[in-house]
Design a protein around this ligand. Structure first.
Ligand code: NAP
Length: 356
């Protein structure tokens, strides 16, 4: 008999929807391959949720959500915690603030947690440490590979380096698929405002694209990596310069329209760099502290050659000294991100399968 693992998912946007469809397509095969049956018990958006302790019919989950009860993810979780028995995973595919108390509640109730959401990992250190400590005490997983580099194996690589006793001197690279997509599109002469809209339509941006443009999203990633490497850093200590100045007042949609006012100025900066054999890239560095800023880099170097939503992470360590360990590839997009979340769910599933 396969072991049942219940999934309760908050968020049904670009990543959340792709994940449900990927799990639906693989569920039967995974029952045979891993002996684990991934059963969606609940899915919630901001205002609607669908819940069935015996398992949702994934062929019609969108319809069920449309007809669903008027509750958000937090209420769905409370219902699930009351009704579910056996191994369960809370999947956070939102970009909500203040999730750490919900995570702790879930872990205390016996859930494992898989996050796409960077905010619970990059808020006050005390909150982050509280979730980690609750996991240790309850012997539960909190996995969040996609919070840095989407589907790329960045956090797992860093964790293996640290756990195996390597000393991480510096991590440097381009950590934002959205910002790299903008930089590479501007290299080709595309308009800034149109490119921001395209990045949003392709599902690369944060739910609010100003979080990308302000550098806030990359700042969160640097903090996640720094903490994973063992540094106790607070959000206020990250030195971040915006990709471009953004007005945080008003709705995100208004910002995308207003971006056209900057098209000429940005195109001029890009042309000027190109004339000197350089390209603009949004470069981040973690080396005890955290920094992120738009920098000129050689056009034919590893950062300048990145195209589309590609990321690059170079790890310079005691062992990887003269030649850094490099992880590179697409660092944004619903399909690759959902696949990364799926991989975290499978890590939990395999561990449950081994111990049951
Ligand atoms: N897109 C990428 O390439 C990528 C890569 C790595 C990580 N991520 C992370 O993945 C997360 C989701 O990104 P996305 O692109 O899928 O964003 P999205 O399309 O805007 O989806 C966000 C979802 O969160 C839901 N939500 C908000 N508050 C909620 C609540 N209280 N309870 C339940 N659901 C709630 C929204 O519900 P409604 O549908 O009702 O509005 C929406 O379905 C973000 O944290 C993002 O940083 C994304």
């Amino acid at each position: 008999m396969p072991i049942r693992v219940s999934l309760v998912q908050l968020g049904k946007g670009a990543v959340g929807s792709a994940l449900v469809d990927q799990v639906a397509a693989r569920r039967a095969a995974l029952r045979d391959r891993l002996g684990v049956d991934l059963v969606y018990a609940g899915i919630a958006g901001r205002k609607t949720a669908t819940f069935s302790p015996s398992g949702l019919d994934l062929a019609r989950w969108r319809v069920a959500l449309g007809d669903g009860a008027g509750m958000d993810g937090r209420l769905l979780f409370k219902e699930a915690a009351r009704a579910l028995r056996g191994p369960s995973i809370l999947v956070d595919a939102t970009a909500e603030e203040d999730m750490t108390s919900l995570y702790c509640e879930a872990i205390e109730a016996g859930f494992h947690v898989v996050s796409c959401n960077k905010k619970p990992l990059s808020g006050p250190l005390r909150d982050y440490q509280q979730v980690k400590e609750t996991c240790r005490r309850q012997r539960r997983f909190w996995l969040y590979e996609v919070t840095v580099g989407a589907g790329l194996p960045v956090i797992g690589t860093l964790r293996d380096l640290v756990d195996s006793g390597d000393r991480v001197e510096a991590i440097e690279g381009c950590f934002s698929g959205t910002l790299n997509f903008l930089c590479a599109s501007l290299d080709r002469g595309d308009r800034f405002s149109e490119t921001v809209a395209r990045a949003r339509d392709l599902g690369y941006t944060e739910p609010d694209p100003r979080e990308d443009l302000s550098g806030t999203d990359v700042a969160r990633k640097t903090l996640i990596l720094a903490r994973e490497a063992g540094h106790s850093i607070e959000p206020g200590e990250v030195e971040v310069s915006p990709f471009w100045r953004v007005d945080l007042a008003g709705e995100p949609a208004g910002f995308v329209t207003a971006a056209a006012a900057h098209d000429g100025e940005i195109a001029g900066r890009w042309r000027e760099a190109e004339a000197r054999g350089l390209r603009w890239r949004y470069v981040a560095r973690v080396n005890g502290g955290c920094q992120a800023a738009l920098r000129e880099v050689p056009a034919d170097g590893p950062f300048g050659r990145l195209v589309g939503p590609e990321n690059i992470f170079t790890f310079r360590t005691a062992r990887y000294d003269s030649h850094p360990l490099t992880v590179s590839g697409p660092g944004a997009g619903p399909a690759v991100t959902a696949a990364g979340v799926f991989a975290d769910i499978l890590r939990v599933g395999r561990a449950i399968g081994r111990t049951s």
